[in-house]
Design a protein around this ligand. Structure first.
Ligand SMILES: [Zn+2]
Length: 62
């Protein structure tokens, strides 16, 4: 277990504590690097998108 620098898909990085076996940490870091944006970018994506999905949801509901 220990401190790792987590590189996100969006290019940002963060220092995180990851617990577990070295191989689990390694695969987690690799997966995140390829699939996950950092929390700030995810928040922005959510903030930017909802208007459309909200409209779509309303349209579907009618
Ligand atoms: Zn980011």
């Amino acid at each position: 277990m220990g401190k790792c620098t987590l590189q996100y898909q969006c290019g940002h990085s963060a220092t995180v504590w990851i617990f577990g076996k070295a191989e689990i940490r390694k695969s987690y870091l690799e997966w995140t690097c390829q699939n996950e944006a950092c929390p700030a970018c995810r928040r922005e994506a959510i903030a930017a998108a909802p208007r459309e999905s909200l409209t779509a949801a309303v349209a579907t509901a009618k």
